[in-house]
Design a binder for this molecule. Structure first.
Ligand SMILES: Nc1ncnc2c1ncn2[C@@H]1O[C@H](COP(=O)(O)OP(=O)(O)OP(=O)(O)O)[C@@H](O)[C@H]1O
Ligand SMILES: [Mg+2]
Length: 502
């Protein structure tokens, strides 16, 4: 089924998020949309799916104008959407989640679970997916949860599927599986609108590419375009995709971890036998397949984990057993893995989110009184420096686009005078231009003598930034290697096959 958007315009106050956008997606086509953070991609898709109403413009299916007042209209017209953040209920099973969506939208309880299970199995078989309809969502890896969202769309008989940054939260392996799923959907005649910041993915699966900048369509491209061409069309200037690094001159030990163990409530070890140091002026990157203890290790350093044993010192002082605030005050900046859960308070303004760690001391507050002028100028300065695209610093953080939320967290954490920066997936959801900037900033922190502990699922990022790479597997660090390691060797280490030590 073909879908066409004509002259779509949408403003939020004075900000024109979509400015007379035209987009045509042919039947059986994978159409990628590229654009900077805040370019207006999610807004456009939310309009197509009926979550937002355009100020102007129309939507046509197979050449016929349709009215999409709410998602149920979109679903009825054959349009399905997998959101940037999943909307599944963790304690329900796969089948229950799918049926629940059905009841909510159709407003009837007519569909029984058994029938739904059968249909889910049929869809899974037809599209070559693996899924257990009785599995609880919370037990499933992110990649499989996403597949549930796709199956849900197919369950509603979607012919056009919108995928808004589906790979942002996936491991490289899960991403490859997703690309295969997309190819399979296309083979069976589905149209896909695919939003991503990863140019490699676009080159691999897209048939057609539309580029949006500041709310306007600025061009089209074919997947044969080079990454440099795509990047500069998106950003409007050449982007240096290579990272240049100054030589490594490590100073004294800042972070020292000895015999660290983290357990869950039942005493089961999530992380154990961790021993390593990070020096001033050094970036130590932790590489590993997601779920091998990286999250718990990062959280343990911030005292966010309840059961931590062993020793963690920051510049010589012990922090195990202290509070989160004491950890931060001992000189740690923290970019959490999930900006939604730990990084931002979405109902607070952007300006307030930029002082979450510093509001209790000078220069933000004096004798317990907040300096509102300072908060404002602080926000103006940081949002400018980090190129946060927004309408007003007093808008709530929830109004920001995905990548701009991430930039607010980075602006807050990368500008604090600390000894150690712990950054988990710092460039998640960022456009290529912003990634270039954030990489430079992280290197600048290192060159200014901070210790940096970087957690990243992006092998390219790890190899580009790291001075040393620690490989995590089954909760332990199994090796620490030099960044001259090949991708292949690193991949094998991450899979638990021990190699040479640097
Ligand atoms: N509810 C809202 N209120 C105010 N501004 C909004 C709202 N929703 C979106 N915006 C603004 O509209 C612009 C476009 O946002 P959108 O989410 O469409 O960007 P995007 O292209 O999806 O970016 P990203 O790659 O970061 O996800 C942003 O500047 C954002 O701050
Ligand atoms: Mg978006």
């Amino acid at each position: 089924m073909s879908v066409e958007l004509r002259g779509i315009t949408k403003s939020f106050g004075s900000l024109v998020a979509n400015d007379a956008i035209d987009l045509k997606v042919e039947a059986g086509q994978i159409h990628a949309i590229l654009g900077e953070n805040g370019a207006g991609k999610s807004t456009l898709m939310n309009i197509l799916f009926g979550l937002l109403q355009p100020d102007q413009g129309e939507i046509l299916i197979e050449g016929k104008a349709i009215q999409v007042n709410e998602p149920s209209d979109a679903l009825a017209a054959g349009i399905g959407m997998v959101h940037q953040h999943f909307m599944l209920i963790p304690v329900f099973t796969v089948a229950e989640n799918i049926v629940l969506g059905h009841e909510k939208i159709r407003g009837v309880g007519s569909l029984d679970l058994r029938e739904a299970r059968t249909q889910i199995m049929e869809i899974a078989k037809r599209f070559n997916f693996e899924i257990d309809p009785d599995a609880l969502i919370e037990d499933l890896p992110v990649g499989v949860q996403q597949r549930v969202e796709i199956i849900k769309a197919l369950f509603f008989n979607a012919k056009i599927i919108i995928l808004d940054e589906p790979s942002a939260v996936l491991t490289p392996q899960e991403t490859d599986e997703l690309l295969n799923v997309m190819r399979e959907l296309k083979k069976q005649g589905k149209s896909i609108i695919f939003i991503t910041h990863k140019l490699r993915e676009v080159q691999e699966v897209a048939d057609e590419i539309t580029i949006i900048r500041r709310g306007k369509v600025v061009g089209k491209a074919k997947p044969t375009a080079t990454q440099e061409e795509l990047a500069s069309m998106m950003v409007g200037r050449p982007v240096d995709l290579e990272v240049t690094k100054k030589p490594f001159t490590p100073g004294k030990v800042i972070l020292k971890i000895s015999d660290l163990k983290v357990t869950d409530n039942r005493g089961r070890a999530l992380v154990s036998e961790i021993n390593f140091d990070v020096h001033a002026g050094e970036i130590l990157a932790v590489a590993g397949v997601q779920g091998n203890g990286q999250t718990e290790l990062a959280r343990a350093i911030l005292n966010l984990e309840p059961h931590v044993y062993g020793s963690i010192t920051i510049d010589g002082s012990e922090i195990v057993g202290r509070t989160v605030n004491e950890s931060l005050e001992s000189g740690i900046a923290f970019v959490p893995e999930s900006r939604e859960l730990d990084g931002l308070i979405s109902s607070f303004s952007i300006a307030e989110n930029l002082i979450l760690d510093t509001f209790h001391s000078a220069p933000i507050s004096k004798s317990g009184i907040l300096d509102l002028e300072k908060i404002r100028s602080n926000a103006e300065e940081y949002t400018k420096q980090f190129d946060v695209r927004l309408q007003s610093i007093s808008d709530s953080a929830s109004s920001l686009s995905g990548g701009n939320k991430q930039k607010v967290v980075l602006a807050r954490e990368l500008t604090r005078p600390v000894k150690l920066l712990v950054a988990s997936q710092p460039t998640r959801g960022l456009d290529v231009g912003s990634i270039e900037f954030v990489h430079e900033r992280i290197l600048a922190e290192r060159d200014a003598g901070r210790a940096v502990l970087l957690f990243s699922n992006e092998l390219d990022e790890v190899m580009a930034l790291a001075d040393r790479i620690a490989v995590m597997y089954h909760g332990s660090i199994i090796d620490i290697v030099d960044p001259s390691v090949t991708r292949n060797e690193l991949g094998l280490l991450m899979a638990g096959v021990k190699g040479k030590t640097a």
